[in-house]
Design a protein around this ligand. Sequence first.
Ligand SMILES: Nc1ncnc2c1ncn2[C@@H]1O[C@H](COP(=O)(O)OP(=O)(O)OP(=O)(O)O)[C@@H](O)[C@H]1O
Length: 220
Amino acid sequence: MIIEIDNVELYFKNKAILNGVYLKAETGKITGILGSNGCGKSCLLNIAFGNLRAKYSLIRVDNAPILKPLYQTKLVSYLPQHHFIPDRIRLKTAFKLFNVDWDAFINTFEMLTPFKTFYFNKLSGGERRLIEIYLILKCPRKIVFLDEPFSHIAPLYIEKIKTLIEEEKHKKVIIVTDHMYQHIISISDTIYLLKNGCTKRIDNIKELEDYKYLSISTLH
Ligand SMILES: Nc1ncnc2c1ncn2[C@@H]1O[C@H](COP(=O)(O)OP(=O)(O)OP(=O)(O)O)[C@@H](O)[C@H]1O
């Protein structure tokens, strides 16, 4: 499967946020988006998901234009930056709703075993985030958008999440953005830098310094 996000123009009042975006992502490859604070990464994912309307935008899946919000097609799952599972849902219920296997989860994250019947508001922020990431990644959708999956997560768990993303990419289109650029660089097959409202495909990571996303000599 291939998804293309094309020709996006987004304004808030008269301020242009996005004005020249093209991004292509496909099954088997992880697509990373990098960019500084406020450059429009979350807006772009929201536009692609279908819950933010841009002045113009064109979403194609396997060359066919998607004329309704992508979330209505049941093709996509989306991890927003904020917690999205309500406080008063038990973990086991959430796994059922997302059609995700609890036992497989526990195999990877054994330490969360006791929480099966807990409500979400009994978890720490990081535990809650971890479960949200897992559900979005593992639920049976062909396209996955991940907005900052590594923030607030402990290093060992980040490594586990990276492994899961790399496993899932063989059957899913995965688009991921995060400020932890080393992790994005290490897992991505394709990287786009979002700057001045436009996407630039990065073929050599040194360009991240040339475009002043990173300061000179950050990458050795
Ligand atoms: N509803 C809104 N009304 C007005 N401006 C908005 C709105 N939502 C976002 N913006 C502005 O659009 C710009 C892009 O926001 P966005 O959240 O997409 O940035 P981002 O690249 O995800 O940033 P960060 O990495 O800091 O999360 C920001 O300048 C933000 O202030």
